[in-house]
Design a protein around this ligand. Structure first.
Ligand SMILES: NC(=O)C1=CN([C@@H]2O[C@H](COP(=O)(O)OP(=O)(O)OC[C@H]3O[C@@H](n4cnc5c(N)ncnc54)[C@H](OP(=O)(O)O)[C@@H]3O)[C@@H](O)[C@H]2O)C=CC1
Ligand SMILES: Cc1cn([C@H]2C[C@H](O)[C@@H](COP(=O)(O)OP(=O)(O)O[C@H]3O[C@@H](C)C(=O)[C@@H](O)[C@H]3O)O2)c(=O)[nH]c1=O
Length: 284
């Protein structure tokens, strides 16, 4: 087994590096973008020839949700064309692809748990291009695991937890949207699940949902961040209409994780327990 991680410098890439080291997994490589630009197929082919991966984890993506609305071409290149390039190379080189996607492929207009086969109807450019990338992977490579996740955070890169702690440090009051419901995911937990899926050797290819357990709003998530972080601040619950953004976001995007748990025997931590772990690591 040889694992190649693409998008290694991003949040999930860095979490994979940490978890792989903790588990003593050494047959894994983390090339930076200069050696692994997913838009450069010649460069990627050289990398595949050098590394001869049996498994490729694609963490590379365009993730700036609001910016994507004005930057459609680049966002689509990275999230769709990049995924297609990787799927093609995996096919040629007989590698299995673990491709990471998002709850934002869903419209999220119903308060119902989202299953893998539910209709995906994205309501923003980021979600649309991620769905296009999923479809290109499915149509071009049988040996794929597509893992949709939501609200990723960790001690690495930019994310909601770090933004809240930064803003909370010099404000008395913070307004946070309370009518968008979902589930946060500690990217360290997701990295562990990805490596467990690879190590399981299971070949039940397809789409899977993975987030932490439980349900919350961005408001309650923020309150939890400040409680666990020991920050004294007033968090005010506001509605989506009181916080205008370029991109529309789903109102309800809680995913059903029955399939991934039963297929791979995974135990998934509750979101607040994982948040506590992350905040403790951020402090020390
Ligand atoms: N963050 C979140 O809340 C969520 C993320 N996801 C998905 O999870 C995955 C991982 O996300 P996350 O780690 O948080 O995202 P990050 O934005 O932290 O990481 C993405 C990485 O991809 C890199 N990248 C961009 N373009 C290319 C390219 N052409 N070639 C190689 N690398 C490139 C970025 O580099 P640079 O920074 O230099 O542009 C960045 O390092 C993505 O597929 C994302 O869609 C799903 C749900 C929630
Ligand atoms: C900073 C801030 C955000 N918000 C709201 C805006 C938004 O609805 C929500 C989260 O904002 P962010 O911009 O941090 O997160 P956002 O970019 O919407 O997060 C999404 O990223 C992509 C990549 C995904 O795939 C999704 O699963 C999801 O994690 O919080 C507030 O209400 N108050 C604030 O002070």
């Amino acid at each position: 087994m040889k694992i190649l991680v693409l998008g290694a410098s991003g949040q999930l890439g860095q979490c994979l590096k940490k978890v792989a080291a903790e588990r003593n997994i050494s047959n894994i490589s983390f090339p930076d973008e200069s050696k692994a630009n997913i838009l450069d197929t010649a460069l990627l082919q050289t990398l595949f020839t050098e590394e001869m991966p049996t498994h490729v984890i694609n963490c590379a993506a365009y993730t700036a949700v609001d910016k994507a609305e004005d930057d459609v071409e680049l966002c689509r290149k990275i999230n769709k064309d990049g995924a297609l390039n990787i799927a093609g190379l995996c096919k040629e080189n007989k590698a299995t692809l673990i491709h990471v996607s998002t709850d934002f492929v869903f419209k999220g207009d119903k308060p119902e748990l989202l299953k893998e086969d539910d209709l995906a109807e994205p309501i923003n450019i980021y979600g649309l291009t991620k769905l296009e990338g999923e479809q290109d992977v499915i149509n071009n490579l049988k040996e794929h695991f597509i893992l949709r996740t939501s609200w990723l955070y960790s001690e690495y890169a930019n994310n909601f937890v770090k933004t809240m702690l930064r803003l909370g440090a010099d404000r008395d009051v913070l307004n946070v949207i309370a009518d968008q419901i979902g589930t946060p995911t500690y990217a360290i937990d997701l990295a562990g699940a990805i490596l467990s899926i690879i190590e399981s050797g299971q070949k039940d290819y397809g789409v899977y949902h993975y987030s932490n357990e439980g349900v919350t709003s961005w408001y309650d998530f923020a309150v939890g961040i400040f409680e666990l972080g020991g920050t004294k601040i007033k968090v005010k619950p506001i509605s989506t209409s009181q916080y205008p953004t370029k991109a529309i976001r789903p109102k309800f995007s809680v995913m059903d994780k029955t399939k991934i748990k039963s297929t791979f025997g995974l135990e998934i931590p509750y979101w607040r327990d994982s948040l506590q772990v992350c905040i403790a690591r951020l402090k020390y």
